[in-house]
Design a protein around this ligand. Structure first.
Ligand code: KIV
Length: 289
C-alpha cells in the first residue's frame, strides 16, 4: 500500500453500499434499518418518470421518492397542493417501471389522507396495488400518528415527513424554517417520537436547524432523512431538478447543484434548431437511401 492508496477501512467506507452487494432485488426497510445500525449514510432523490429514475437507479441511489414536489418540479403548478392521487399513481408507476433496485416511496398528496386513517389506507393501497411502490410518505407528526399506525398495521411501510411540510404552504404563509425556539423544538421532537411510536420506518426532517436535526437523529432508532436539516441526519434527500440544475430561478439555500442540465439541454436544443435552419441536419448519415 503506498501513500495514495486507501486504507482497508477507507476502502470499506467507500465500497459499502446499501445494496450490500445484492443486485437482484430492491432495497427494503430492513436494509435501511441496518444502515442506521452501521452508521452508514444514504442518499435519496426525487424522481417523476421512468427515464430519470432509471439513471438514478443505475447510479446506485438506494431510495427514490416520487414526491408531490412533482407538482411544482414536473407538472408546472406553483405548489404541491393541486397534485391528485391519479397523477401520483401515474408518475409512481412510471418510476417503478424504470427501476430495478431502488426502494420506491410515493407521496400521499394533499387531501388524500387527512380526512381519516381509512382514507389514508384507501389511497396508500392504490399506490401499492396500481403503481407498485414499496412505501408511502405522508406529512405530519402527532397529527398523522393514527393514520400511520393503521397503515403500518395493514402492512404499508410509512415514511413520515415533519418540520416544513410543503402541503401546508398556505397555512405557513410560505416556506419558513421550522423548529426555531424552545417550544417549536420541543414540538418537533414530540412529532418525531410520535411517528416512530406509530411505526414509521423513517422520517424526513425538512428545513429545521442542524442542531435540532442532530438531536432528533440521536434520539430516534429509525433513520432520519434531512432536507435543509444539516449534516447529521442519517440520510439526505434532494429534489432531483434542484440537484441537477434543471430548476429555473432561485433554489433553496440547502440545495447543492451538481450539474447544470438546464444550460446543457438549452444548448442542445439551440444547436439542433440552428442545424435545421441551416440544413446541416439531417446529413447523409441520418437519411435512408
Ligand atoms: O415532495 C417531495 O419532493 C418531498 C421532499 C422535499 C422530501 O417531500
Amino acid at each position: 500500500m503506498n501513500a495514495s492508496s486507501p486504507s482497508p477501512a477507507q476502502n470499506q467506507a467507500t465500497t459499502a453500499t446499501l445494496y450490500g452487494g445484492v443486485t437482484n432485488r430492491r432495497v427494503t426497510v430492513r436494509d435501511l434499518a441496518a444502515a442506521k445500525q452501521r452508521g452508514e449514510r444514504w442518499a435519496m432523490l426525487t424522481a417523476y418518470d421512468a427515464l430519470t429514475a432509471g439513471v438514478f437507479d443505475e447510479a446506485g441511489i438506494p431510495v427514490l421518492l416520487v414526491g408531490d414536489s412533482a407538482g411544482n418540479c414536473h407538472l408546472g403548478y406553483e405548489t404541491t397542493v393541486p397534485v391528485t392521487m391519479d397523477q401520483m399513481v401515474m408518475l409512481s408507476a412510471a418510476v417503478v417501471r424504470g427501476t430495478k433496485r431502488a426502494m420506491i416511496v410515493a407521496d400521499l398528496p394533499f387531501g388524500s389522507y387527512q380526512e381519516s386513517p381509512a382514507q389514508a389506507m384507501h389511497n396508500a393501497a392504490r399506490l401499492m396495488k396500481e403503481a407498485g411502490v414499496g412505501a408511502v410518505k405522508l406529512e405530519g407528526g402527532e397529527r398523522s400518528a393514527r393514520s400511520i399506525e393503521l397503515l403500518v398495521e395493514a402492512g404499508v411501510p410509512v415514511m413520515a415527513h415533519i418540520g416544513l411540510t410543503p402541503q401546508s404552504v398556505h397555512a405557513f404563509g410560505g416556506y419558513p424554517v421550522q423548529g426555531r425556539g424552545d417550544e417549536a423544538a420541543h414540538q418537533l421532537l414530540r412529532d418525531a417520537k410520535a411517528v416512530q411510536q406509530a411505526g414509521a420506518f423513517s422520517v424526513v426532517l425538512e428545513a429545521v436547524p442542524a442542531e435540532l436535526a442532530a438531536q432528533v437523529t440521536e434520539q430516534l432508532a429509525i433513520p432520519t432523512v434531512g432536507i435543509g436539516g444539516g449534516p447529521d441526519t442519517d440520510a439526505q434527500v434532494l429534489v432531483w431538478t434542484d440537484m441537477a440544475g434543471m430548476t429555473a430561478g432561485r433554489v433553496p439555500k440547502f440545495v447543492k447543484q451538481y450539474a447544470d442540465l438546464r444550460a446543457v439541454l438549452g444548448d442542445a436544443a439551440r444547436a439542433y434548431a440552428e442545424d435545421v435552419r441551416t440544413g446541416a441536419f439531417p446529413a447523409a448519415e441520418h437519411s435512408f437511401h
